[in-house]
Design a protein around this ligand. Sequence first.
Ligand SMILES: C[S@@+](CC[C@H](N)C(=O)[O-])C[C@H]1O[C@@H](n2cnc3c(N)ncnc32)[C@H](O)[C@@H]1O
Length: 224
Amino acid sequence: MRYHQLQPKNLDFSFHLLNSDNIQTLICLKDLLIKTSQVKGDVVEFGVGRGRSLIILSSLLSYLNSKKKLFIFDSFKGFGNIDFKDNSLRNPQKGEWSKSPDQKYQYNVKFIKKILQIHLHPKNKYPIKFVKGYIETNLPNFKKLNKISFIHCDVDLYLPHKVILENMWSKLSKGGIILFDDIEKGIKSKKFPGAVSAFKEFFKGKKIKIYNLKNRNNIFVKKI
Ligand SMILES: C[S@@+](CC[C@H](N)C(=O)[O-])C[C@H]1O[C@@H](n2cnc3c(N)ncnc32)[C@H](O)[C@@H]1O
């Protein structure tokens, strides 16, 4: 079936439609992928969710004629264990993000592949390496990542943030960037205090440069 025949007549994936939030994400990811295009290493997304940012990353890497590998990590079963550092009014629960809010769609690998098939023109498709499982279990033993130029970190919680930083920071090349989707300007977050705790614990005493995004209320770190 051709891409234009797959337009979501029978699907209500409104999350994936063009709106300000998605436009801002696009602008920000484009800017950071261009900034790191000459930096050695691959691109990694932690936290695939409904595949919204993945559609953008895939389109951009193909548009930029990138030769980098794109790895994506997710449990595809939603949140794992919640740490006490994650406590907030947002009240995250194990298994959240395993399904769409109306419970209609399971955010598993098959669903994400279908989303990519529906929402990406064939010219915007990019080879993707899916890594399924809880990050705290998978990542310390994952051997296929050597050098990294860009990380999109969108996993909300303390434990995966901690494990990502502990395992990926040494692999991030000089000039490489980590975009933290859940950490706001001023290193704070009402919804995801665990992400902030993991960030502060890991970077304590380390020399880093923190940047505020121009068009979104979150931050990225560049390795110097
Ligand atoms: C906010 S969603 C990501 C949204 C996505 N970037 C998008 O634009 O659609 C957070 C994702 O992180 C994943 N996640 C959270 N903790 C995880 C863990 N410990 N291991 C693996 N995946 C995890 C969840 O399954 C969920 O898909």
